[in-house]
Design a protein around this ligand. Structure first.
Ligand code: AMP
Length: 286
């Protein structure tokens, strides 16, 4: 992080950002975009720093997108702290923070959505109806508003990253999608804004998610190809730590389709589980 950072400029309105982006592109500047929901942590900062390294201008969007939350989800309680986030963005070298209110992003209720019927109802999508259509739609809007040359997303949200790559390809967005590795706590827990909901005990116990994934990876490395046994290795560790499994799936890395009973190459284990009331996700490549 930079010691004597420039402050990031906070922009609230979409037309204002679009105007700035057009001007910067006309000046030949490259724009990197890091879409977030705020409550920034080191995972987000790693994306911002990656963008700062290879673009003239980095825009961080901070928007808790109502359209991607289900009725019983945590939209209302999701942590919001714009000023502290903007300070972190400045320290990481971002020039602009785009922080619209829902009424600015959606002056009219959204009627036009981006869907991926093949994938949006699988894995996380099976438990969060409408979530991925909400994500894809807001990311498409952000691409049109910020007009980035490159956009940065975490591998942590593995299904999301895949869907965004596929949207950019299918719909010819002229933006390069860059994936970045997952930043973790010392105990292996993937950093997430939602980790703030965890009690100290839950946070410690949630280290079992990555431990379970690594156990499956080790077994696979030792020659175990049974999908059932690999999934059990993950489940066992999480359940032993009092976590509740929502799903464990083993999928093909390239198309996200479920592998059969045998796990050979290019496979990824996806997991979603609860510690207390907090839903956490993670994955590992085998
Ligand atoms: P969010 O604010 O949770 O919507 O995340 C914004 C972006 O940061 C997404 O592309 C996430 O995948 C990414 N991200 C979240 N947590 C991490 C992490 N621990 N390591 C790397 N990237 C992350």
């Amino acid at each position: 992080m930079r010691k004597h950072a420039e402050k990031s400029k906070i922009i609230r309105s979409s037309p204002a950002l679009q105007k700035i982006s057009k001007k910067m592109l006309a000046q030949g500047k490259s724009i990197g975009l890091v879409p977030t929901m705020g409550a920034l942590h080191k995972g987000h900062v790693s994306l911002i720093e990656k963008s700062v390294k290879s673009n003239d201008v980095t825009i961080v969007s901070i928007f808790v997108n109502p359209v991607q939350f289900g009725a019983n989800e945590d939209f209302a309680k999701y942590p919001r702290r714009l000023l502290a986030d903007a300070k972190l963005c400045g320290e990481a070298g971002a020039s602009i923070v785009f922080a619209p209110e829902p009424k600015d992003m959606y002056p009219l209720p959204l009627q036009t959505f981006v869907h991926n019927p093949a994938l949006e109802n699988l894995y996380c999508g099976a438990y969060r109806p409408g979530h991925f259509a909400g994500v894809l739609s807001v990311v498409a809007k952000l691409f049109n508003i910020a007009m980035p040359c490159k956009a940065y997303f975490g591998e942590k949200d593995f299904q999301q990253l895949h869907l965004i790559r596929r949207m950019a390809c299918d719909l010819n967005f002229s933006v390069k999608i860059i994936g970045a590795r997952t930043i973790r706590e010392k105990n292996g827990l993937a950093m997430s804004s939602r980790n703030e909901y965890l009690s100290t005990e839950e946070r410690a116990a949630a280290g079992s998610i990555y431990a379970g994934l690594l156990a499956a990876k080790k077994l696979h490395g030792q020659g175990e190809v049974s999908a059932a046994k690999l999934k059990s290795a993950v489940k066992e560790r999480i359940e032993r730590a009092s976590g509740k499994i929502q799903y464990v799936e083993i999928v093909n890395k390239n198309d996200l389709m479920p592998v059969g009973t045998k796990v050979l190459r290019n496979a990824v284990v996806l997991v979603a589980c609860y510690f207390g009331k907090t839903r956490l996700i993670d994955h590992v490549e085998l």
